[in-house]
Design a protein around this ligand. Structure first.
Ligand SMILES: [Zn+2]
Ligand SMILES: [Zn+2]
Length: 231
């Protein structure tokens, strides 16, 4: 005789968290997500049904397979995954678990999913993201996107956070995670520094400014617009 766990019949769909890379279709008219591990090859929309990633003819999730959507119960556990180098530009998704699901210790494996909110991390420069821009990789027909501030877009294909939400549809909310440091603050500086620490920071900033001015001066003598060239 096989022991079975009791079937759950929740009145409200369970919720969970996961991370994914935002993607934009090649023609720029559709937006969705692609997973970071299993199933990463199959982009999905805001409301989507899982299919077996191995192409097996069973409904996902299946007890003897590891297919289906995955999420964890705890937001902090999902955020922890964003620390690794390869996941730095992924976004945090808050999802509704729909359809059949299997519960495990840390989360769910399930058949149908609605992404409610995507939280976009900071631009690589540290500023709050204003857009999702071409990340330089993708899947056939889909460009992966990464958070970017306005200053770092530099002509890349990009959509604003609101634009991504509109293309993804189904009432998706896309929000930017606030920057870890105030925009006008000095990155990494705690508020309660004493005079020696501030003096050391000032010296560092002065060194950077000196370097910047030397670069400017170099460009000024024989720069790109045809000043006198030496040698
Ligand atoms: Zn399967
Ligand atoms: Zn930036």
């Amino acid at each position: 005789m096989r022991l079975r766990l009791p079937e759950e019949r929740p009145t409200e769909p369970p919720t969970g968290y996961k991370i994914a890379h935002p993607v934009l279709s090649q023609d720029g008219t559709r937006a969705g997500f692609t997973g970071v591990s299993l199933g990463g090859a199959l982009p999905y929309g805001v409301l989507a049904d899982a299919s077996c990633v191995y192409g097996l003819r069973h409904r996902a999730p299946n007890r003897r397979c590891d297919c289906g959507f995955h999420c964890v119960h705890d937001r902090a556990a999902a955020e922890a995954l964003l620390c690794t180098a390869e996941h730095r530009t992924a976004v945090l998704l808050d999802v509704l678990v729909l359809g059949r699901y299997l519960r495990f210790e840390l989360g769910f494996r399930y058949a149908r999913q609605r992404v409610r909110t995507a939280t976009v991390g900071a631009c690589a420069c540290g500023a709050v993201a204003a857009a999702l821009a071409d990340a330089g990789w993708g899947r056939p027909g889909w460009r992966a996107l990464a958070p970017s501030c306005a200053g770092c877009l530099r002509g890349r294909t990009a959509v604003s956070l609101a634009g991504f939400a509109r293309l993804a549809g189904e009432g998706l909310r896309v929000v930017a995670r606030p920057a870890a440091v105030p925009v006008h603050g000095v990155p990494g500086l705690p508020e309660e520094l004493g005079v020696p620490e501030l003096a050391a920071e000032a010296a560092l900033l002065q060194a950077r400014l000196d370097w910047f001015q030397s670069q400017l001066a170099r460009l000024g003598q024989g720069g790109p617009d045809g000043g006198p060239q030496g040698g």
